[in-house]
Write a new protein. Sequence first.
Length: 172
Amino acid sequence: MPLHLRIAFAVVVLCLSHSALATPERRDAAVGAAMPELCFEDQRGKRVCLSQWRGRVVLLNLWATWCVPCRHEMPQLDRVQAALGGKQFEVIALSVDKRGAPAVANFYERAGIRKLALYVDPTVDATERVSARGIPITLLIDRRGVVVQRVSGPVDWEADDKTAAIRKLIAK
């Protein structure tokens, strides 16, 4: 085999093996995988991390005030938190608004959101960490921190199948 073909072959093999080695380390919040750590801010600007909810079932929703489908989901998520939230379960609505907490607080007030805590990621790092191609994106995470469901796009969170899945996970 000519030298230039052997070099090209070696480069391809090296790239493929590097890619194969990197793939298991990639933590993109796939179903069945451990949820990558996410850190963000609460309404007072205090840093909080998703691992603080380990031991609870979490419904993590990435959204923004400028996203129309996201805005339609928020009242439903607020009602899910009101109905199921507590020591066993938490809805974490994480806004990726670059305008931060003031924009979200204004939206919460106008939309009548009362039960959801205000969390923001103005860096938008969370969307990259979960390999989101758009928002809203929602991840149902079990007590061990494993993603059990991943949904892109808006969802009727009060639908019987959705609340049943959440209740079933809480009961485990």
